[in-house]
Design a binder for this molecule. Structure first.
Ligand code: ADP
Ligand code: ASP
Ligand code: MG
Length: 456
C-alpha cells in the first residue's frame, strides 16, 4: 500500500487533474490518495474570512459564487457521466451553502473563532477531494472521498505526540474501511479537530502532514508527495535557474530546509513517516518519469559537502542586552520563558558576551510590545524589522572547516552585511540573518559559490 499526496498545482486545472489520473492509474497495487485544495483556494478562503469580518458582504458573495463556478467548470470538463456530475455538483452546493452560513455568522458576530476558521479552511480540500474521486470513478477507478474535517475527537487539549499517535490510528481505520470496499480513498488533506487550530498548530502546507500521518498509520510501503517540481533542489528552482536536483536527502536536512523557507515540503510532515520507517519521495506530477528526491532517515557519508540553500523573509530580529553586562545564570531561561509565555517560536538564536539576539516571524510582531514590557526591567531591547534568514544546509558541512568565514567573505565582497550567524549543534546547517532586501542576492551569490563551481 502506498500513500500519494497531490499538492495545489496538481489539483489546479483540467490538464493537471488528467495528469493526476494517469499517475493514479499507473499503480496497480493498493493506494491512498491525499489532496490539497485547488491552488489558490485556501488563500481565497482565508481572504473571505477577513472580508466577512470587515462586513464586505458583496465580496464574500462573489468569492462563494466564483468557487462554485471554478469547481463546477473543472468537473464538467472532466466528468461526462450525468449521475456522477449531479451528485458531485449537489455536494459542492451543499458545502458552499454551509460556508456562506459560516461567513454570515462571522460578519454578524464580528469575530472569528478558531473553530469557524477550521471549518472554513477545510472547504478547499473537501471540494477538491470530492472532485478527484468523481474524476477517478468516471475513468474506471472506483474511488470515494474521505472527509477528515471532523475525524479527530475534540477531547484532546494539546497537539502533542499523544494526539498525533491517536490521529494516525483513527486515519488508518477510516482509510482501511474504504479500501475494504475495493475503492480508492481520496482523503481531504485537511483534518480537524486540531487543538489550537490548524493554522497555528500545524500551519500552511498541512496536507503533507496529513499524508504522513496516514502513511505512518497504515505502515505504507512509501509516501509520495506529488508537486510541481521534480524534487528537492539545491535552491528554489523557480528562483535559481542553475539549481540542481538532489536525489537523496536525509530527513534532518529536509526538515531544516523546510523550516527555513523551502516550501516544497511542510517542516513537520516528514517526522511521522520517518519514525514509522516509511520512505518519502518528492515527485513531479508534470514529469512523472523524473526520478524525484528520496528522503531517507539517514544518509551515511554523503558525497557532497553542501546540500541546499534556502531563505525565509518576513523576519524580525530582536537584540536583548543584559544590564549587568554579562549573561549571568538564568538570563537566557528568563528570555525564552517570556517568548514561550506568548507562544512565539524563536527561529535563530545567537549570543555574545553581553547580549542575545533572537528572530521571530513578523506575523508575531503584534505581541512584541508585551514582550518588551516584560524584558525591559532586566535588559535593553532593540528591534530590527524587515530581516531575512538564509540557511545553508550541508549533510557533509562538518567535514569542511571555515564555511562561515567563506560566507562572510563572499557576502562582504558584495557589500552585504550579516547581522547574526548561528551554526546548529547537528552541524548540518549554517544560518545567518541579514536585511530582507539583500536575501535574494545573497542566495544567488552563495549558490554560485557553493553549488555551481564543483564545490559540492
Ligand atoms: P504543493 O502545492 O504541491 O504542495 P508547494 O508550492 O507547497 O507545492 O511547494 C512546491 C514549491 O516549492 C515549488 O514550486 C518551488 O518553487 C518551491 N521550493 C522552494 N525551495 C525549493 C527547493 N529547494 N527545491 C524544490 N522546490 C522548492
Ligand atoms: N491547501 C493548504 C495550503 O494551501 C494545504 C496544502 O496545500 O498543503 O496551505
Ligand atoms: Mg505544499
Amino acid at each position: 500500500m502506498i500513500v500519494r499526496k497531490f499538492g495545489g498545482t496538481s489539483m489546479g486545472s483540467v490538464e493537471s487533474l488528467a495528469a493526476v489520473c494517469r499517475i493514479v492509474k499507473s499503480h496497480k497495487g493498493k493506494q491512498i490518495i491525499v489532496v490539497s485544495a485547488m491552488s489558490g483556494v485556501t488563500d481565497t478562503l482565508l481572504a473571505a474570512t477577513h472580508a466577512a469580518l470587515a462586513g464586505k458582504r458583496t465580496k464574500v458573495k462573489k468569492v462563494i459564487a466564483d468557487l462554485l463556478i471554478q469547481h463546477v467548470e473543472t468537473l464538467q470538463s472532466t466528468v461526462k457521466d450525468k449521475k456522477i456530475q449531479t451528485e458531485t455538483i449537489n455536494y459542492f452546493e451543499k458545502v458552499l451553502a454551509g460556508l456562506s452560513g459560516f461567513l454570515k455568522a462571522i460578519e454578524e458576530l464580528g469575530e472569528l473563532s478558531v473553530r469557524s476558521r477550521n471549518t472554513i479552511m477545510a472547504v478547499g480540500e473537501r471540494l477538491s477531494a470530492k472532485m478527484l474521486a468523481a474524476i477517478l470513478t468516471e475513468s474506471g477507478s472506483s474511488s470515494e472521498q474521505l472527509d477528515f474535517e471532523k475525524a479527530v475527537p475534540r477531547t484532546f487539549k494539546k497537539a502533542d505526540h499523544e494526539f498525533y499517535i491517536a490521529t494516525e490510528k483513527i486515519f488508518a481505520k477510516r482509510v482501511r474501511n474504504v479500501i475494504a470496499k475495493k475503492k480508492i480513498p481520496v482523503v481531504t488533506g485537511y483534518f480537524g479537530w486540531v487543538p489550537g487550530g490548524m493554522l497555528d498548530s500545524v500551519g500552511r502546507g498541512y496536507s503533507d502532514y496529513c499524508a504522513a500521518l496516514i502513511a505512518a498509520g497504515v505502515g505504507a510501503k512509501s509516501l509520495e508527495i506529488w508537486t510541481d517540481v521534480s524534487g528537492i533542489f539545491t535552491a528554489d528552482p523557480r528562483k535559481i535557474k542553475k539549481a540542481q536536483i538532489i536525489h537523496q536527502i536525509s530527513s534532518e536536512a529536509a526538515a531544516e530546509l523546510a523550516h527555513f523557507g523551502a516550501k516544497v515540503i511542510h517542516p513537520q510532515s516528514i517526522h511521522p513517516a520517518i519514525r514509522a520507517k516509511v520512505p518519502v519521495w518528492i515527485k513531479n506530477t508534470f514529469a512523472p518519469k523524473d526520478r524525484g528526491t528520496e528522503i531517507r532517515h539517514k544518509i551515511e557519508n554523503p558525497k557532497q559537502v553542501m546540500t541546499s540553500i534556502t531563505s525565509k523573509k518576513g523576519v524580525t530580529s530582536i537584540n536583548i542586552a543584559s544590564f549587568r553586562m554579562l549573561l549571568q545564570y538564568g538570563f537566557l531561561a528568563k528570555i525564552f520563558n517570556v517568548f514561550a509565555k506568548y507562544e512565539i517560536p524563536i527561529d535563530v538564536v545567537s549570543t555574545s558576551e553581553v547580549s542575545v539576539s533572537v528572530t521571530i516571524e513578523d506575523d508575531y510582531d503584534s505581541k512584541l510590545p508585551e514582550i518588551i514590557k516584560e524584558l525591559r526591567p532586566v535588559s535593553k531591547i532593540t528591534v530590527y524589522p524587515k530581516k531575512a534568514i538564509v540557511c545553508l544546509v550541508g549533510m557533509g558541512i562538518h567535514r569542511r572547516r571555515g564555511v562561515a568565514g567563506e560566507v562572510f567573505a563572499a557576502l562582504g565582497k558584495a557589500g552585504i552585511s550579516i547581522d547574526q550567524i548561528s551554526q546548529g549543534a547537528s552541524e548540518i546547517n549554517i544560518t545567518f540573518v541579514l536585511d530582507e532586501k539583500d536575501a535574494d542576492r545573497a542566495v544567488a551569490l552563495l549558490h554560485k559559490k557553493f553549488f555551481e563551481n564543483g564545490y559540492r
